[in-house]
Design a protein around this ligand. Structure first.
Ligand code: SF4
Length: 286
């Protein structure tokens, strides 16, 4: 029997996000992607961090793990490594993913762990009432910068591309159908897939629906997704802000790398009759 949108929605808990929050659009985009993929809810785990986006894991009828601030990625890496048969989706806000948890991103990229990571970027810390975040633009007035933010905002897409992440895309809460398609593709991608989702906070507005409507544009149709240099050039554009799949290429995933290591250790053990040691394994791989 095929699954429908309502099969992925948790009936006991209703979202408590502010009316008009971009997170509702992301929730709908994820539900649509799960329907497209027909992933069984009981085979899916959603891991989130702290912030308004952290509530995401409560609202889907899947297994859920609401972790600590900035630590969703290492938690999800543990889940996926222990149970590679599960589909693991990770959700974080801009502070969670690029501030306190920013140091985990390059290491998830190096491992190429088979996860889909959604960065819900509203350019502010909404849950704690509108402080400036790593993506708040320079000069922007917030609760913690009443005379304007003195810092530049992070260039998110160029950073993701520079880390060597094997699938990098951008979309927004305005484009639910496009978002559902991109999340579907990201979840199908074998390896670490990151989707940067521009999603306004209406209560502490920095990124607004109006600005998104004015500035978003699809990536040029002839953009080759396996060309990282071409992706980087487009990623630096601030006007228009491009949406679509910037980069996609396959490389060995963590599960395959660990299996290879394990097989090699077992082979060495069975031929020598001795237990493998760390130096003997290093000698083999270096
Ligand atoms: Fe959404 Fe902002 Fe409200 Fe949080 S504070 S639920 S991000 S509108």
């Amino acid at each position: 029997m095929s699954t429908a949108l309502h099969d992925y929605r948790r009936k006991q808990i209703r979202p408590v996000w502010c009316s008009g929050c971009g997170n509702y659009g992301v929730l709908r985009g994820v539900e649509k992607a799960l329907v497209k993929l027909q992933v069984p809810a009981e085979q899916t785990v959603v891991v989130s961090g702290i912030g308004c986006s952290g509530r995401f894991s409560h609202y889907l009828n899947t297994y859920a793990l609401h972790g600590t601030h900035g630590r969703a990625l290492p938690i999800a890496t543990g889940v996926k490594t222990a149970r590679p048969d599960l589909t693991v989706l990770v959700v974080g806000g801009d502070g969670d993913s690029l501030g306190i948890g920013g140091g985990h991103l390059p290491h998830a990229a190096r491992k190429n762990v088979d996860l889909t990571f959604l960065i819900l970027d509203n350019n502010t810390y909404g849950l704690t009432k509108g402080q400036s975040s790593p993506t708040t633009p320079w000069g922007c007035i917030t609760k913690t910068s009443p005379y304007g933010s003195p810092e530049d905002s992070l260039e998110v897409l160029p950073i993701l591309l520079a880390y060597g992440i094997s699938y990098v895309a951008r979309t927004s809460s305005l484009q639910i159908e496009e978002m559902a398609g991109i999340i579907t593709e990201a979840m199908r991608h074998p390896g670490f897939a990151v989707v940067h989702i521009l999603s306004p906070c209406v209560t502490y507005p920095v990124l607004t629906w109006k600005a998104l409507r004015k500035r978003l544009a699809p990536l040029p149709a002839n953009h080759p997704p396996a060309d990282r240099a071409a992706a980087l050039q487009l990623a630096y554009s601030a006007d228009p802000i491009y949406t679509g799949v910037f980069y996609s290429a396959e490389k060995p995933i963590l599960e395959a790398r660990l299996r290879r290591l394990n097989n090699s250790a077992l082979k060495r053990y069975s031929s020598s009759g001795k237990e493998p040691t760390i130096p003997s394994l290093m000698e083999r791989f270096l």
